[in-house]
Design a protein around this ligand. Structure first.
Ligand code: URA
Ligand code: SF4
Length: 195
């Protein structure tokens, strides 16, 4: 990372960690900014922190996160090779879906992160992220794993790992989608996977 980008990233993170732009600031333990390599070519975007994430300050560290690690490993990826963030950075109470007003309040932070990361590929995890990032009427059941080029990024969406834990019948689809991600990475990324 250039020194300028590095300091901009640290500044952004510092500001974000005390954010009070929406009501979730009143119930969170801490802001979950993101994890991984801020210079990564591949950005994963989930929905929002759950209880474990709220306590640990890191995305996808609960059961869904363990499955995400297995999904990544299936194509030779690790957290260190990518960046992982969420649509909202504070936990919605009782793990409800983040409200539109919360998503709209928070998305600016993610946009700033995207500007600094400059990923080649954006992978949405689940319906909520896909509807916010790809298209408001995105249909995850019909469209998961398909690629769209938008705003200079290649984008796709996968079933959310928490959904896969509840409904494991969809796991084979997701592992096929991960293979398609591997192919796309080999096409458009230079540094993410070894030759
Ligand atoms: N689910 C998400 O969408 N994000 C997390 O960080 C954890 C679980
Ligand atoms: Fe700020 Fe986002 Fe947390 Fe709301 S969810 S308080 S906008 S960081």
């Amino acid at each position: 990372m250039t020194e300028i980008r590095d300091s901009q990233w640290e500044q952004l993170k510092k500001e974000c960690l005390t954010c009070t732009r929406c009501a979730l600031s009143g119930t969170r333990t801490q802001v979950v900014f993101g994890v991984g390599d801020p210079l990564s070519e591949v950005l994963f975007i989930g929905e929002g922190p759950g209880q474990e994430e709220d306590l640990r300050g890191e995305p996808f560290v609960g059961r869904a996160g363990q499955l995400l690690d297995v999904m990544l490993a299936s194509v030779g990826l690790q957290r260190e090779n990518i960046y992982i963030a969420n649509i909202v950075k504070c936990r919605p109470p009782n793990n409800r879906d983040p409200l539109n007003i919360e998503q709209d309040a928070c998305i600016g932070w993610l946009r700033e992160q995207v500007k600094l990361i400059r990923p080649k590929i954006i992978v949405c995890l689940g319906r909520v992220a896909a509807m916010k990032i790809i298209r408001p009427d995105y249909k995850i059941t019909a469209e998961h794993g398909r690629w769209v080029e938008k705003g200079g990024f290649w984008m796709t969406a996968l079933y959310h790992p928490a959904f896969l834990l509840r409904d494991p019948r969809h796991k084979p689809d997701t592992f096929a989608d991960m293979k398609s991600l591997e192919i796309k990475i080999r096409e458009v990324c230079a540094r993410t996977l070894p030759d």
